[in-house]
Design a protein around this ligand. Structure first.
Ligand code: SF4
Ligand code: SF4
Length: 271
């Protein structure tokens, strides 16, 4: 499968889902959701056809959490492929199982997103083969039955992904002649980087909450796992930044002049 095809599969399609994120997940009011809610309890705004009754008012109601959330296409995969179009409401006896499967597929799809990006960035054939094997393993797991998915050793798989991503980041940082950021320097909350040249910088796993990245040069800048909530990316070109996800973009503040990689979309909340 090509990178474009895989990334398309990882794009949310709520029409084909039974509102899984709005029921399966724990969430809290302070994180921009309507109420504090336990996992497995439907949101008060989820209506009978699995749509959100306040969808058109999410911006007005300041539901930042709902607006930012992205399941990497796990919702439609679980509803349509793994449970063949069934939903948690019509089969209450398996709803708990469905939520657990959703959480595993969500993690698998997030890792698949990073693997596909990593594969497009490296030229070393040994590492590329290792990445391709992990992509195949990932795709095969989501073809299994719900019970088999629940028995899959996700922690072991995750540690293989972490190792390979660490190697890829090391290779990219060496090629760009940039230093990998150590744990002491991950806190950039509120930092003003305005118009700085951050090309090739490794900002993976950093806290960039409310940081100002407006007008920065970000070619090859690595955002893997960075927290971009309320980061200012107005008038900023991120088209060549790497390891960005739709969820990170949804949580940041951009405008119509923000340029994203071709596989990401401008959030509706920026209009
Ligand atoms: S789980 Fe994903 S596809 Fe389903 S409603 Fe939530 S965001 Fe949409
Ligand atoms: S407010 Fe709407 S989008 Fe947010 S959790 Fe509830 S039903 Fe889902």
């Amino acid at each position: 499968m090509t990178k474009e095809k895989v990334l398309k599969k990882l794009t949310i399609d709520c029409e084909k889902c039974c509102g899984l994120c709005c029921v399966a997940l724990y969430f809290s009011k302070s994180d921009g959701f309507p109420t504090d809610k336990a996992a497995g309890k439907p949101c008060v705004n989820l209506i009978s056809d699995f749509r959100c009754s306040i969808h058109s008012k999410l911006i007005e109601c300041k539901m930042k959490g709902c607006l930012a959330y992205d399941c990497f296409g796990a919702g439609q995969m679980v509803t349509q492929s793994i449970y063949h179009g069934s939903d948690w409401k019509s089969m209450p006896e398996t709803s708990e199982q469905m939520y657990k499967v959703f959480l595993i597929v969500w993690q698998l799809h997030q890792m698949l997103w990073y693997l596909v990006e990593a594969s497009s960035l490296v030229f070393d054939s040994d590492i590329k083969n290792d990445i391709d094997a992990l992509i195949t393993e990932n795709e095969n797991v989501t073809k299994l039955s719900p019970d088999e998915i629940l028995n899959f050793d996700i922690d072991k798989y995750k540690s293989k992904i972490n190792n390979i991503l660490r190697n890829v980041i090391k290779l990219i940082s060496n090629a760009n002649n940039t230093k990998i950021i150590d744990k002491k320097t991950v806190n950039f909350i509120g930092k003003n980087f305005k118009k700085q040249n951050l090309d090739g910088r490794d900002l993976s796993m950093t806290l960039l909450i409310a940081a100002n990245l407006e007008g920065c040069s970000l070619n090859g800048t690595n955002f893997l796992g960075a927290d971009l909530r309320d980061a200012n990316i107005k008038n900023t070109n991120l088209s060549k930044s790497i390891f960005l996800t739709q969820g990170q973009i949804n949580s940041a503040i951009g405008n119509k002049n923000t340029i994203l990689p071709s596989y990401l979309s401008l959030p509706i909340s920026w209009n």
